[in-house]
Design a protein around this ligand. Structure first.
Ligand code: SAM
Length: 369
């Protein structure tokens, strides 16, 4: 393949790759790929550790954790977020994990990112265990929004799904988030035979409190490799389940690249109660509108949850790469993003369901959901 270097020639230091952009890539500043998508939304995993063991994500015994020195430090995170926002056009940054509240320096990370010249919108995805004591400090540090994962309001079902009896702690965290932040979103995964029939109750609870609930189709990112397409709860089933109690109508507001398909929720008399979202990553994929780029806790850039490859940015950063080199590495890697995750492929394969798709080695907790 022919390559052209951009800018002045640089002599790479040991461990710093010599970056040259692919010849067919336009020399624009942003994170474009060959299908014309532009990534402006960055997910940063702050840790691979979690205090829950959700059945659809982690095994009961947990996963081997990264050594401390393999995980990005606060300074490294802020440096890469700075490159993304200043040089690559990233506008939104969401901190995730693992469980980001397990980072003792989370408030400082948020504060430093909020102080960047090209300040991104900052949000957090969390299970909210322990958020009650930190929500105020996070808001003061500059956090804009919080998404909390909550699959059920029943303590026993929560303990079954999360393998930890922490419902009360999560609810305390949600209360604190509601006090501190204008918009709280709740994410729920439904599992057949466990919490599918809790969907309407969870929606009613969220609507009462002004929270926006989003149901996420279960994706094949579990450590146990127990995901089964035939058994997963589909977006269509979620709509049917909710339709037994509410009237749903498609939201008029443009989706604008958002993963959730949104519906206006009304009661049987036609009174508007709020909204609900359904993220149909498996049955109605939205890869064509994807605007995501991701950093794992050890500084690997992933262009998709389901990618089989990663581009190490932390190694070059530690080896002395300057921001321009890091930005070029990131751009080059994004240029190679696939058209889609392939879960909806048909054709021969040695995978989950006979399609061309195969599950990535990393679980959701290790990538950063
Ligand atoms: N610990 C934080 C939390 O609980 O929100 C952040 C990380 S968690 C991996 C992020 C989101 O991914 C959660 O809403 C969780 O329910 C979702 N998730 C995990 N495994 C999933 C899977 N296999 N399919 C769909 N969503 C999944």
């Amino acid at each position: 393949m022919t390559t052209v270097s951009l800018g002045m020639p640089r002599l790479p230091a040991a461990g710093v790759p010599d970056v040259s952009l692919p010849a067919d890539r336009p020399a624009t500043g942003g994170l474009v790929d060959r299908f014309g998508r532009v990534a402006t939304d960055l997910r940063v995993s702050l840790t691979d550790r979690c205090n829950l063991r959700c059945t659809y994500c982690m095994p009961a015994e947990g996963l081997p954790t990264l050594p401390k020195d393999a995980v990005m430090t606060r300074e490294e995170i802020v440096r890469l977020v700075g490159v993304a926002t200043r040089d690559l056009g990233v506008r939104q940054v969401r901190f995730t994990g693992g469980e980001p509240l397990l980072r003792r320096d989370l408030v400082e990370i948020v504060r430093d990112c909020a102080a960047l010249t090209h300040r991104p919108e900052l949000s957090l995805t969390t299970n909210a265990v322990g958020l009650d004591s930190r929500a105020a400090a996070l808001r003061e540090a500059g956090l804009d929004r919080v998404n909390v994962s909550l699959d059920t309001l029943d303590p026993d079902t929560f303990a079954t799904l999360a393998r930890r009896p922490f419902l009360a702690r999560t609810l305390a965290g949600i209360d604190a988030a509601a006090r501190e932040f204008d918009l709280v979103k709740i994410n729920a995964v439904l599992v057949r035979g466990v919490n599918l029939d809790h969907a309407s109750e969870l929606l009613a609870w969220c609507l009462d409190r002004g929270f926006e609930l989003r149901f996420i189709e279960q994706m094949p990112l579990d450590a146990d490799h127990a995901w089964d397409r035939a058994a997963m709860v589909t977006a269509a089933e979620v709509r049917d389940q909710l339709g037994e109690r509410f009237a749903l109508e498609p939201d008029e507001e443009p989706r604008d690249g958002a993963p959730a398909e949104r519906f206006v929720v009304r009661d049987r008399t036609g009174r508007r109660l709020g909204r609900v979202g359904i993220i149909a990553s498996v049955t109605e994929p939205f890869c064509g509108d994807c605007r995501r780029t991701r950093l794992t806790a050890e500084g690997g850039m992933r262009d998709c949850l389901f990618a089989h490859t990663e581009t190490d940015l932390l190694g070059p950063l530690r080896a002395g790469a300057d921001d321009a080199v890091l930005a070029d590495l990131w751009r080059t890697a994004m240029w190679g993003k696939q058209a889609g995750h392939g879960m909806d492929d048909t054709g021969a394969g040695t995978d989950l369901d006979g399609s061309g798709f195969s599950q990535p080695e990393r679980t959701m907790s290790a990538i950063g959901g």
